[in-house]
Structure formats: structure tokens, C-alpha cells
Design a protein around this ligand. Structure first.
Ligand code: 6PG
Length: 254
């Protein structure tokens, strides 16, 4: 597997990792807005990215970011209302959208609480395509997609053994997750792997073992969902904190 477009950075703490993420976001946004007039990014939920979102909404970045030219999408969402404790949107809204005063029309929420999830996926893809002005014959190409990784090697809502792993036609689709017995909404590999920049944020010692498997797989080891994120014409970066990177020190020093 070609790893020439892969960058791995290790930070002393989640705070330092989060600041680096915010700086990368701001740098990419400024470049895209300068060159094309807008910046399109997709944000993951979970817990790891929260601090980076808070920093982006903070004073250090407010003067650097023209939010009126930034459109934010979701990487995935759970089948819960927007105010539910499990909602990825709820976390993003509290950490970023409200404090940054992002114009409402610039955040594209996944309405994963609706029962007609397949229609939601179709509508979301149409909105994604329209906002990014993507021709029907192409996949949306976002400037930045921020991903996390679970201890089972899932990313987005692409879980081991789930149907969406083999999706090649739709940019967004429902995906039944057996371990939670629930249907989620997720971006698919065709969108993830068409991004200009994918940025994984992984922190915590509990991710150490799975991170070694994903970044430095043993021969013949099973391929996990996070390993299939390989931007075709883009950059892939892994931002890790030291606890998460504790089992790959030797590999990183070669
Ligand atoms: C979700 C996320 C998911 C997340 C990983 C890691 O809906 O849960 O999008 O893919 O990124 O589960 O989560 P943590 O950052 O909380 O470890």
C-alpha cells in the first residue's frame, strides 16, 4: 500500500494535538477561501475532536476564519434527536457552532433522527453536491475531513462487518451497526477517499493497540475500516497524542 501521502504527528497532550488541528484547519481554510472563495469540511463526532472545535471557536482563531465562507458537514450521525446526549451535532453545536456564531445555513446537519433514513441520506447527498457544486458524474471533494477512530478500528460510522464498507456509488448512506443495534448515517469511502486532506485525531492509551494494527499492520492481519481511508488524490495525516502512540515508538523512529 502506498504510504507516500501519509503523515504521522505525535503530540505531548490532547491539548497540544487539538491546537495543531485548529491551526491546520485555519491554514487549509484560509488557502481554500483565498483560492476558491469557500472552504468545505466534514466533522466527526465522538469525544476526541471536541477540544479542537472549541479552540476554533475561540479568540485565537476568530480573526483568522471567515465563517461566512466556510461550510461544515457531518461525517456521521447517530439515530437520535439533535438535543440528545449521543448526538454528534449536539457536541459540535456546543463546542463550535454557537460560540463561533457560524451562520445557520453554513452547517449541514444530518437529520439521522428521522425514520426515513434512506431519504435523509439521499437529501443530504444532494445538499452536499449542490453546496460543493459537484458534477453528477463525480464524487464531492472536500478540502478537509476530520476523522476519529474507535477501539475496534471503525471510523465515521463505518464499522467492521457493516454493509456500508462496500458502498461505491453513494456519498452518504444509512449503515446498520450491529454492536449498537442501530442504523446510523455516514459518509462513505468514495467521499472520504476523494478529500484533499483527511485528518485522523486519535488520543488515549486505549487506542494504542488498534493504532499499531491500523498504521503498521502485521502481514495477513484483518483489514480494519480505518485502514481503508486512503485518499486517492489527497493527503492523509494522523495526529496522535503520546499515550495513543505509546506502542509505535519504534516504528516511528525508523
Ligand atoms: C461517532 C464518531 C466516530 C468517532 C470514533 C472515535 O459517531 O462516534 O464519528 O467515528 O470518531 O468512535 O470516537 P472518540 O473520539 O470518542 O474516541
Amino acid at each position: 500500500m502506498d504510504q507516500s501521502n501519509r503523515e504521522i504527528k505525535v503530540f505531548a497532550s490532547l491539548e497540544k494535538l487539538s491546537l495543531a488541528v485548529a491551526k491546520t484547519f485555519a491554514r487549509l481554510a484560509a488557502a481554500a477561501i483565498s483560492a476558491e472563495g469557500s472552504f468545505f469540511a466534514a466533522l466527526s463526532g465522538g469525544s476526541t475532536p471536541r477540544r479542537a472545535y472549541e479552540l476554533l471557536a475561540g479568540s485565537e482563531f476568530q480573526t483568522q476564519l471567515d465563517w461566512s465562507r466556510i461550510h461544515l458537514f457531518q461525517v456521521d450521525e447517530r439515530p437520535v434527536p439533535p438535543d440528545h446526549a449521543e448526538s454528534n451535532y449536539r457536541m459540535i453545536r456546543a463546542a463550535l457552532l454557537e460560540p463561533a456564531h457560524l451562520p445557520a445555513q453554513n452547517f449541514h446537519r444530518m437529520e439521522a433522527e428521522r425514520a426515513d433514513l434512506d431519504n435523509v441520506a439521499t437529501e443530504y447527498e444532494a445538499d452536499l453536491r449542490q453546496t460543493t457544486k459537484t458534477p453528477a458524474s463525480e464524487m464531492p471533494r472536500l478540502h478537509l475531513i476530520m476523522l476519529g477512530m474507535g477501539p475496534d478500528g471503525h471510523t465515521a460510522s463505518l464499522f467492521p462487518g457493516s454493509a456500508a464498507l462496500v458502498e461505491v456509488a453513494r456519498a452518504v448512506r444509512p449503515n446498520y451497526v450491529a454492536k449498537f443495534n442501530s442504523n446510523r448515517l455516514t459518509l462513505t469511502y468514495p467521499v472520504l477517499n476523494n478529500a484533499r486532506q483527511v485528518l485522523f485525531l486519535v488520543a488515549g492509551a486505549d487506542k494504542g493497540e488498534i493504532l499499531r494494527h491500523v498504521l503498521f499492520p502485521a502481514p495477513q492481519s484483518p483489514r480494519l475500516p480505518a485502514q481503508a481511508v486512503q485518499p486517492v488524490n489527497g493527503q492523509l495525516a494522523w495526529y496522535l497524542d503520546q499515550p495513543a502512540a505509546s506502542l509505535i515508538k519504534n516504528e516511528l523512529n525508523h
